[in-house]
Ligand binder design. Sequence first.
Ligand SMILES: CC(C)(COP(=O)(O)OP(=O)(O)OC[C@H]1O[C@@H](n2cnc3c(N)ncnc32)[C@H](O)[C@@H]1OP(=O)(O)O)[C@@H](O)C(=O)NCCC(=O)NCCS
Length: 285
Amino acid sequence: MRLEDVPLAERLTAEAYYELDTRTFPPSWPAPVLRPTSRSDGWIARTTHVLTTDPSGCWVAEDETGLLGVAVSLRRELLWALSSFAVRPGLQGQGIGRPLLEAALQHSRGCLRGMLSASTDPKAVRRYAAAGFRLHPQMFLHGTVDRSTLPLIEKVRDGGAADLELMDSIDRRTRGAAHGPDHRLLLSTARLQVSDTSTGSGYVYSAPGGEPALLAATNRRTAARLLWAVLADAAGQVTLAHVTAANDWAVDVGMAARLDLHQGGYLALRGMKPPAPYVHHGALL
Ligand SMILES: CC(C)(COP(=O)(O)OP(=O)(O)OC[C@H]1O[C@@H](n2cnc3c(N)ncnc32)[C@H](O)[C@@H]1OP(=O)(O)O)[C@@H](O)C(=O)NCCC(=O)NCCS
């Protein structure tokens, strides 16, 4: 992948996920939408960041008609993570994805740990299983927070660059590898809240509107406190995505806030157990 491919890869992935959503979403759900420009900018910034830190983890397939597929992956310490993987709708299931994923997996050489957030597409899941990943079903909670359920939020403060080492330490303990440079990217695009007491430490990034994007903590009590802090700021409908069964504390918080519980996709892991207390980032894991 080259820098000039990134905007084209953004459109290709948006179209592939939109086509997947229209194929798989239950009719009772709101109609899927193509990724809006506001989120495209985030995708482009994140992928440019990954291409800069991990040029040999990022691959495209192309022919004379243009871009056919894309695989974006990164290494953080000895953990490999797949950030994005898609083939142009209409060309899927014909063997384009396989060599793309194999190329990205070359970048995982020497890493025992591997992590990715998988869609529900059976073709994707087949590729990941073939590459030795175990599939852990993900839940998500969605709805409007019932503000009468909010507890008193204590021992949570806004975070910043001074928390980078603390966050890397919490990452190593929960998922076995620090996010390193990804924290600087997240700091520039999301709100960071930190809880750091004598009994436990943790952090959470959230998007505007109170959607948790990445949460890690040394114990469940701290994790729950941080999740409540984000939900307290939620405006309108909120989604808490990427909850594995190992993180039932997050289900407890979401249920208590009167959100609805659903299932969707998998956390695919190689050489590691589902991190906890942890809610992974969809693309930076
Ligand atoms: C996931 C994706 C990138 C894979 O690329 P691809 O070119 O379709 O993959 P391949 O053709 O190389 O491999 C697909 C596998 O699924 C199988 N397959 C093909 N059509 C299928 C279908 N309708 N249902 C289930 N399996 C199918 C193929 O036989 C192949 O398995 P095999 O190698 O064991 O025979 C692509 O399908 C895609 O973009 N999906 C939508 C976006 C998405 O979900 N991305 C993953 C995000 S985590």
